[in-house]
Design a protein around this ligand. Structure first.
Ligand SMILES: [Zn+2]
Ligand SMILES: [Zn+2]
Length: 302
């Protein structure tokens, strides 16, 4: 009797579970950097499936130089696209840990994994050409060019971005206040412009533009020729709740790249490469951001 009544209960319960699964799946968006957690505990000398992806991650953000040989742009030879935990991977992890002020172990642990899995900017933290020579990925504007015009591409409609124009205007203003630059929005069909802002998903907007990776992971990036892109698949907002990311903070950061700045090691700086959902604290420039700009262009004329 007891057994048959419990059987009777199982069926509705299973039905309930099956109905629940799609809603669970839609709430649990896969973190594009989530693979890093699956590598937990892997050690030097081991071959672990997924280490290739970690190598690509560390290469993308400037910690691992796979192109040890002569660097012909766009034609790099890759020597370490495999799943081996080798010396160069250990050094790259150490480089990452040093930069982010983590325990320098050369291996993966919860602290390092958690940092690596945070949403971030697509620009590398460390920029060099493999021979230790620093190259500049971002444009430095000549002394004659103080007035920069920007256009906003509206081809991709993204929820939460309805007031993008005023958001961008405020973001540009923050840099204008501390530099010699003035900024002006021009119509989308204007031909004379220096900067361009747009959205895209897995596909870049033009050949050579890197695609994004869905929600979280890489959230925005800038190109050396004056463009910055938001990842269309993030939850954008000009007034973000905990599950959305602030359009304005990210704009201030990416405009920094358009002015020639790289990533900062100061966690409070706007130019820090890690982004946080649900906060607007990175809208205001930090003294170190202004110092970095002054280092390139000299002090502001008063
Ligand atoms: Zn960045
Ligand atoms: Zn892009």
């Amino acid at each position: 009797m007891a057994a048959s009544s419990s059987k009777l209960l199982v069926l509705p319960f299973l039905t309930f579970l099956v109905l629940l699964i799609p809603s669970i799946q839609s709430n649990l968006v896969k973190n594009p950097f989530g693979f890093i957690q699956d590598l937990h505990g892997s050690q030097k000398g081991q071959t672990v499936k997924g280490l290739t992806d970690l190598k690509l991650y560390l290469e993308k953000f400037g910690y691992l130089n796979n192109n040890i040989q002569v660097n012909n742009e766009g034609n790099n030879k890759n020597h370490t696209k495999d799943d081996e935990f080798d010396d160069s991977l250990e050094s790259a992890i150490k480089r990452y840990q040093r930069r982010y002020g983590l325990n320098v172990t050369g291996g993966l642990g919860a602290e390092t994994e958690n940092m690596m899995m945070k949403p971030r900017c697509g620009q590398p933290d460390i920029i060099n050409n493999g021979a230790g020579i620093k190259i500049n990925l971002n444009a430095i504007w000549p002394a004659t060019q103080n007035h920069l015009k920007y256009r906003i591409l509206t081809g991709v409609q993204v929820p939460g971005t309805e007031d993008l124009k005023s958001v961008l205007s405020r973001a540009f203003n923050r840099w204008a206040k501390v530099s010699r630059f003035t900024f002006e929005e021009v119509p989308e069909n204007a031909e004379n412009f220096q900067l361009e802002i747009g959205f895209h998903d897995y596909n870049g907007l033009f050949p050579g533009d890197t695609g994004f990776d869905g929600r979280f992971g890489t959230t925005a990036h800038a190109t050396p020729d004056g463009k910055f892109h938001y990842d269309k698949d993030e939850d954008w907002s000009s007034n973000p709740g905990p599950d959305a990311i602030d359009l304005e903070s990210i704009a201030v950061h990416e405009i920094g790249h358009l002015l020639g700045l790289g990533h900062s090691i100061v966690p409070e700086a706007v130019m820090y490469g890690i982004f946080v959902y649900g906060t607007t604290t990175k809208r205001d420039l930090h003294p170190s951001d202004i110092e970095a700009l002054t280092a390139i262009y000299g002090p502001i004329r008063s």
